[in-house]
Ligand binder design. Structure first.
Ligand code: UD1
Length: 328
């Protein structure tokens, strides 16, 4: 058995996939989740589950006192437009709660921390693919709340015995190919989730938010990455820190862009059905194109994505949605 790992937000989409892979790799995992958005049934049975809030300092001190080798911090709010409407709620849940968690980690002497950051820290990147050393100019409170955490990590690591990896996720999608878990959050705003809701009869059409962007087909381009590959990147980040690696801030994408229309076409191919997709006005806060320069993470961690294929991503997302609805 390897060390004990605390996973916050382990009942959520990315946290639950990562918990599974940590268990598969032989780690003992404690999941802390308040189930505000996560789903109890997504937590693998072998993990220890504590229902509670990352903002609960007494609870944190208790959990960390038991000897935790690393914290993987997924808990947080992730809906960009909601962050524009409720900025202070986002700074509380993402920035303030992480501040408390970091203080608790330093007090308890937790040596390693892995943080779910986001490509939203770049804002409207001048150069695509975007490198880790590009300017960080977030255009939403969501992106700003995550960037502030990156700064806290940088400074805390300089002052204390703490090393960290912040992974800047690009567009995470797809589901466990074995059908054990997938995107289950209520009110998701993601393209692939909404498109599979059309295919499963839960909505009648999909809006394409802008078809006049300066991109090859006029629709927004993103770097979609399969959640299982992203979970694997976390396990490798942990191995890297345990082996003595320095703190890192890394892009986590494939380095390949797909447009909204390409995503829709891939879903139509795997489902053999048409999606009623209608051109609609641009969505506030969206950028035309965001693709990772993604070579550093491969080089440093020896990370080799296994699901780097848009059809694989959308097929597993669709299979999961059908299973969730009992249509599978
Ligand atoms: C954003 C954040 C990302 C965050 C994610 C989850 C940025 C740069 N990225 O990704 O960090 O994790 O939200 O909330 O802010 N689209 C449609 N129709 C739809 C839905 C989306 O055309 O119904 C388009 C969007 O305009 C965009 C693309 O699909 O071009 C992807 O959108 P979405 O899946 O919502 O993710 P992002 O906004 O890229």
């Amino acid at each position: 058995m390897r060390g004990r790992i605390l996973v916050t937000g382990g009942a959520g989409y990315i946290g639950s996939h990562t918990t599974q892979q940590l268990l598969d790799a032989g780690y003992a995992v404690v999941v802390l989740d308040n189930l505000s958005n996560g789903v109890r049934g997504m937590i693998p049975g072998e993990a220890t589950f504590i229902q509670g809030d990352v903002g609960d300092r007494a609870l944190l001190a208790d959990v960390l006192a038991d000897g935790v080798e690393a914290v993987l911090h997924f808990a947080g709010s992730i809906v960009v437009p909601e962050s524009v409407a409720q900025p202070l709620a986002y700074y509380r849940n993402n920035t303030l709660n992480t501040h408390g968690l970091l203080e608790a980690c330093v007090e308890a002497g937790v040596p390693h921390f892995i943080f779910s950051s986001t490509a939203a820290v770049y804002g409207d990147a001048r150069q695509v693919p975007v490198r880790e050393d590009a300017a960080t100019v977030p255009i939403s409170p969501y992106g700003a709340s995550k960037l502030m955490t990156e700064w806290m990590l940088r400074d805390a690591a300089a002052a204390h015995e703490l090393r960290y990896v912040a992974l800047r996720y690009f567009n995470v999608a797809g589901a466990d190919p074995l059908g054990r878990r997938g995107q289950s959050s209520k009110n998701a705003t993601h393209l692939i989730k909404l498109a599979v809701e059309v295919l499963t009869g839960q909505r009648d059409h999909l809006d394409i938010f802008g078809d006049d962007y300066p991109t090859p087909d006029g629709t927004g381009v993103r770097d979609y990455i399969h959640v299982v590959d992203l979970a694997d990147a976390h396990v490798r980040a942990l191995d890297y820190l345990r082996a003595g690696g320095d703190s890192q801030v890394l892009n986590c994408g494939y380095g390949k862009g797909s447009s909204v229309r390409q995503v829709i076409a891939a879903l139509e191919r795997v489902s053999n059905r048409k999606i009623d997709a209608r051109a609609a006005p641009r969505r506030a806060g969206d950028v035309a194109e965001l693709v990772a320069e993604a070579s550093r993470i491969r080089r440093l961690f020896g990370w080799q994505p296994r699901h780097e294929d848009l059809e694989m991503i959308v097929r597993t997302a669709l299979d999961w949605e059908r299973k969730r609805l009992g249509q599978g």
